[in-house]
Design a protein around this ligand. Sequence first.
Ligand SMILES: Nc1ncnc2c1ncn2[C@@H]1O[C@H](COP(=O)(O)OP(=O)(O)OP(=O)(O)O)[C@@H](O)[C@H]1O
Length: 295
Amino acid sequence: MLEVENLRKEYGGFTAVEGSSFSVSDGEVFGVIGPNGAGKTTTLKMLAGLIEPTAGSARVAGYDAQDPEMRTQLGFLPEESPLYEDMTPLSYLSFFADLYDVPSGVADERIHRTLDRLELDHRERRLGDMSKGMRRKVAIARSLVNDPAVLIYDEPASGLDPLTTNYIIEFTRELSDSGKTVVFSAHNLFHVESICDRIVVMNNGRIVAGGSVEDLREEHGRTEYHVSTTVEVTDAVRENGTYRRVVESMDAVAETRERAEAAGGSVVDIETRSPSLEDIFLDLATDAPDVEGRP
Ligand SMILES: Nc1ncnc2c1ncn2[C@@H]1O[C@H](COP(=O)(O)OP(=O)(O)OP(=O)(O)O)[C@@H](O)[C@H]1O
């Protein structure tokens, strides 16, 4: 559904994105994560055809991202979505449906159905008088007026309260369950981990890792074993009447057991701790090499 090959974007002498390649299959939820300035928004805007790549290509739903026809297949949610303050959700969404040539009967039904799903009740209220969460829901509804196959959402839930955030993240997952392909960026890695099928991690303009969260765990994460013993062993710290040693392999677990038994004690507990996406992200975000042309 999306094919990105060797995408690059330069601003003057500054390289914002370098050598990005990935593909997204039909119906996937695909996350783009990375620290501030990593190149996420630049990548999403190139996918949405809003900025032209300096090199490389992006194809969306069979079209080149720069082809105006591609827009019929796309719903884009920018990081900041200023709305026309004096319009109401209904007039605003009808206006956009009209721009996409959606017949008015179809548009009315679609808009109400989407606002029902988003639980947005105040449909005749001035947008300028609505809360941030309500306005974000209207922006999301706007991305759906043309019933697109692909949704590209830049930080869909940033700056919203936890309840609205959860709602929007769940809604994003539901969109994929109803057959849409979703690419989105987010800083909240818990959300990314909970709804994404696959992700790419960007840093300094480059993709530094990619795959499912499980793949990343296997490739980049270190599983830790917390071994508790009844007697003191090397590298252990005392904790609640036992001693705890943290190791990274089963061999080291076995060795800890031998040491404890040699000292007349035993192992009372072994706890396995898998790294969270956040742990992996922190490792990757600090290890990446700089791209030429970056300060
Ligand atoms: N129009 C522009 N002109 C010059 N530099 C730009 C422009 N747009 C983005 N950049 C730079 O490109 C880099 C990548 O920016 P981008 O907005 O893609 O990052 P991001 O990963 O989305 O960051 P954030 O998480 O803060 O939104 C940044 O250093 C940014 O300052």
